[in-house]
Design a protein around this ligand. Structure first.
Ligand code: ZN
Length: 129
């Protein structure tokens, strides 16, 4: 199963929790959520606007733009790849009662690190218990 996303900003967190819940086709097991792009990530965290700004600030503080990275000679987006490198391409989450078994303050986000882009593809794979 797939989720396709068009992003509108260079850096963007998109809450995909409800889209994943709608796709879950088993009662109990696990789901893997995998982004197919090397300048993006999947994370689980709290959906709070201040925290989302803090997350963007942290990534920008840790990995500077225009820092003389080798990959910038190829397509000028080394910082986006390196920010993705610090995060993860996938998350695996338990399923109970046909829904993600998340904690109260947890949501699943697609992290755009080099937008805007069309047709960002996220692969959703479930395994039944
Ligand atoms: Zn690149």
């Amino acid at each position: 199963m797939k989720i396709k996303i068009n992003t509108t900003k260079k850096f963007e967190l998109i809450n995909i929790t409800s889209e994943i819940n709608d796709l879950i086709d088993i009662d109990e097991g696990i789901v893997n959520i995998f982004t197919k792009h090397s300048t993006s990530a999947i994370v689980v965290n709290e959906n709070e606007s201040g925290l989302i700004k803090d997350f963007e600030r942290l990534l920008k503080d840790l990995i500077l733009e225009d820092n003389g990275y080798n990959h910038d000679k190829i397509d000028n987006n080394a910082a986006s790849h390196l920010r993705s490198f610090l995060l993860s391409a996938s998350e695996t989450i338990p399923i109970k009662n046909s829904k993600l078994d998340l904690g109260t303050w947890q949501s699943v986000f697609f992290v755009e690190l080099d937008g805007p882009r069309n047709n960002r593809t996220i692969e959703i794979t479930t395994i039944s218990k």
